[in-house]
Design a protein around this ligand. Structure first.
Ligand SMILES: [Fe+2]
Length: 471
């Protein structure tokens, strides 16, 4: 790979893009740190990055102040939290690189204590926060599979995809999850004590672990946390650009983000032309009528696809390419899992809530605009939003502020008038195995091919007749 592509990049860039300018090389974890810190609202913050591997680093701790980032410590391959978690994920029968979130969801069903001693032998945390994996349990260096025969001796045979779930699998997922939390929380507290900083930025693929993120605030002296929505390698480009901009080109002005709607958008004229071409019946509604009708449909337990404005940057659908459902309905989660997403019923759905009301429903004192924190649901609210609560009574919350998405806010306000609850289910607008829809035609195709009742696309409302399901 190095000989064929990576070392040839300067030649490829000049050949294929006719680019003759300077080329800068930025380290992978500096890019993760930059993508976490520079867009954050904090003037200074502690930074932790964790992923599978980038060059040699797998984990770093550092500090950002104004436009400078200083990476203070790195842990190197093969000692990697990301590769460890991917080992647990593939051992449980999921594909690598992308299904780690399923391990996180499964972990809630298990008892972390059953295997925690063994797991902590395999990933040894030292007092200074550094950690080392016991390589005898892994085979990823050889590239055949992640775990070794010794791992199987310790934990039993791996689960194949499609095999039934056993308590042992849940307990292993829980133990793997607890290792991640243990290492990150220990490092976060060490960094907090050493720097005295009260804000924390997280980057790298491991920062997408919203369950661990939710525990950091409770377990350390940090009082606020920021995770840029494309925290994994997809956001590496943002970090590389920002690191160059500030660290090398010395630009003094930070560009902070307060939303993630940076993708393509489509005008009503473009959307209407496509609706006409596909022969769908539709009605044109102004924003307040649209929000009223859609909230009625959600309250009536209909599945609503919502396609509005610019697409989200990053892996989460945050209310512009979303499927919405009734968070107060106990059966809604199974409807969405079995009829639309065609996925395992253990996977929870995320709630979106008005920001100023989130503390009323969740043990959450900070914003969570990108669905990257999973706090506990308050006991007295467990009954009112059953569709979005995971088995461990957490929820992967998205908080909706006053400014970044007015139409979505209006929808939630209308829904509260009907249900008494300012919370709706928000899941990504896509069918099984597909990426989130981007263009109007993707949205219409997904609407036609799945059991979605209503499509709210731009200013247009499309309703499916009862016999209209294309299967
Ligand atoms: Fe990475």
């Amino acid at each position: 790979m190095w000989l064929n592509t990576r070392l040839q990049l300067p030649v490829m860039l000049s050949d294929q893009l006719d680019y003759q300018g300077s080329i800068f090389y930025l380290k992978h974890h500096l890019s993760h740190a930059a993508s976490a810190f520079y867009p954050s609202p904090f003037d200074s913050a502690a930074i932790i990055t964790a992923d599978g591997v980038g060059e040699w680093a797998t984990f770093s701790v550092g500090v950002g102040r104004e436009t400078r980032i200083n990476i203070e410590k790195e842990i190197h391959y093969p000692n990697s939290l990301g590769l460890f978690y991917t080992t647990v994920t593939t051992y449980l029968g999921f594909p690598a690189n992308g299904c780690e979130g399923q391990t996180m969801a499964l972990a809630a069903f298990g008892d972390p204590n059953r295997y925690s001693q063994e797991m902590r032998q395999i990933v040894k945390l030292r007092e200074d926060g550094s950690f080392e994996i016991d390589e005898r349990y892994f085979e990823f260096r050889a590239g055949r599979r992640m775990w070794s025969p010794r791992w199987v001796q310790m934990f039993g045979p791996p689960r194949s995809s499609g095999e039934p779930w056993l308590q042992r699998h849940y307990d292993l997922a829980a133990a793997g999850q607890s290792v991640i939390e243990h290492v990150i929380i220990a490092n976060a507290q060490l960094l907090q004590t050493r720097t005295g900083l009260t804000k924390l930025c997280l980057g790298g693929g491991v920062a997408l672990n919203c369950v661990a993120n939710g525990k950091i605030l409770a377990a350390t002296d940090f009082d606020d946390i920021f995770i840029q929505p494309a925290a994994g390698d997809a956001g590496g480009c943002v970090g590389a650009a920002l690191a160059l901009y500030h660290q090398i080109l010395k630009n003094p002005v930070r560009h902070r983000i307060d939303h993630t709607y940076f993708g393509p958008e489509f005008s009503d004229d473009e959307i209407e032309a496509i609706l006409k071409a596909t022969g769908l019946t539709y009605r044109r509604l102004d924003d307040s009528m649209m929000c009223r009708e859609v909230s009625l449909a959600i309250h009536d337990n209909k599945v609503v696809a919502w396609f509005q404005g610019r697409m989200e940057f990053g892996p989460r659908a945050l209310g512009n390419r979303s499927i919405f459902g009734n968070a107060t309905s106990r059966g809604m989660r199974d409807v969405l899992n079995l009829q639309v997403k065609m996925r395992e019923t253990f996977r929870p759905f995320a709630p979106i809530i008005l920001e100023e009301r989130s503390n009323e429903y969740f043990q959450l004192q900070v914003k969570s605009p990108y669905m990257l924190i999973a706090p506990q649901v308050r006991k007295e609210k467990l009954e009112s939003i059953p569709a979005v609560i995971h088995v461990d009574a957490t929820a992967r919350v998205q908080t909706c502020d006053q400014l970044s998405n007015p139409k979505l806010r209006q929808l939630i306000v209308e829904f509260e008038k009907l249900s008494g609850v300012p919370v709706i289910i928000n899941t990504s607008f896509n069918g099984k195995g597909e990426p989130v829809v981007c263009r109007p035609l993707d949205a219409i195709r997904c609407f036609n091919q799945n059991r979605i009742d209503i499509l709210a696309i731009g200013s247009f409302l499309v309703e499916k007749s009862l016999d209209g399901y294309g299967g």
